[in-house]
Design a protein around this ligand. Structure first.
Ligand code: NAP
Length: 280
């Protein structure tokens, strides 16, 4: 309920002029620091909007109300917080390069976070995307000066930290003042090849006046359509909607199709959706 905490979805809808969030009016003037929870492409999109010079944003089709608010923004530091490491950052290379390429931006990535375990090496062997993202992050860490120059905007990658709770003052302002983070380590998850973040019981606070939660999406049911609540999808075979969940008899709805995140779940870049649409 604290002021200053938004979901990335609301924030993205606000700067894209979606009618449901045009009046979100996030306060970008009372703080110089924003914390974004999550390290997927949406988190990068949001960081890019907060950090890119507004003279460049003005040339895009960003909503007018968002541009006006960003022109008055006092946000200078953005922290991108991931509960796992640089090998597991959920973003993709092109989107990462776009944010790292912002003019006159100081980027902070701790060298210590870049050390890899045998399990990390194994994950990278199996994923070209993870390899490329890790390489870009390492190269960036090596090429950055040790401190920002005065007035420079800053982007900090914070790895191995998971949010525990939001902080606020004991006054009646109701504003967020920071996020309490728990340090994590990675543990292998059975034989899945996926490593999970496990809390260490060590905590630290990150002060900020704006928090954007960017931890992924889940579709909501559509009235009158079958819905798999666990996966958050309309059950389907290659896009053709099933009348019931796959455990029940597979009766196809005649002439009814589904595509995109409602078909596959909330993953994939634009090109993934092109193939998905083609399949449907
Ligand atoms: P995402 O890629 O699923 O990333 C979610 C992030 O939140 C991950 O870093 C994840 O960490 C973290 N997270 C999830 N649950 C958490 C929790 N309980 N506590 C802490 N951290 C948590 O989601 P997204 O960024 O919203 O993107 C959705 C899809 O849209 C993605 O496939 C993305 O590539 C796509 N997209 C594409 C573009 C583009 O084409 N340019 C732009 C925007 C989005 P873990 O990995 O540890 O779970």
């Amino acid at each position: 309920e604290l002021k200053g905490i938004y979901s990335a979805r609301e924030f993205v809808w606000w700067y894209n002029g979606h009618p449901d969030c045009s009046d979100l009016d996030p306060d970008l003037k009372s703080t110089d620091t924003a914390v974004i929870l999550g390290q997927g492409n949406v988190a990068l999109d949001v960081a890019r909007i907060l950090l890119r010079p507004t003279s460049e944003l003005a040339k895009t089709d960003i909503a007018d109300h968002a541009l006006a608010s960003l022109q008055e923004s006092s946000i200078r530091k953005v922290y991108l917080v991931g509960r796992r490491g640089p090998v597991q950052a959920a973003c993709t290379a092109k989107e990462l390069r776009e944010v790292l390429g912002i003019k006159d931006l100081y980027i902070n990535i701790l060298e210590a976070d870049l050390s890899k375990s045998a399990a990390d090496e194994e994950e990278m062997k199996n994923s070209r995307i993870q390899r490329r993202v890790y390489e870009i992050l390492s190269k960036t860490a090596r090429s950055q000066p040790s401190h920002p120059i005065s007035g420079q905007r800053e982007l900090h990658f914070v790895f191995f930290r998971r949010p525990e709770n939001f902080l606020h003052l004991d006054d009646c302002s109701g504003k967020v003042t920071g996020v309490r983070l728990e340090k994590t380590i990675l543990k292998e998850n059975g034989g899945s090849g996926r490593q999970s973040a496990v809390g260490t019981g060590q905590y630290e606070a990150l002060e900020c006046g704006l928090v954007l939660k960017s931890i992924g999406y889940k579709s909501v049911p559509v009235d009158g359509l079958p819905f798999d609540h666990h996966k958050g999808v309309v059950p389907n075979i290659r896009g053709r909607v099933l009348s019931h969940t796959p455990t029940e008899p597979l009766i196809l709805e005649n002439g009814l199709y589904v595509v995109g995140w409602l078909k596959r779940g909330p993953t994939g870049i634009v090109a993934t959706n092109l193939y998905c649409a083609e399949e449907t």
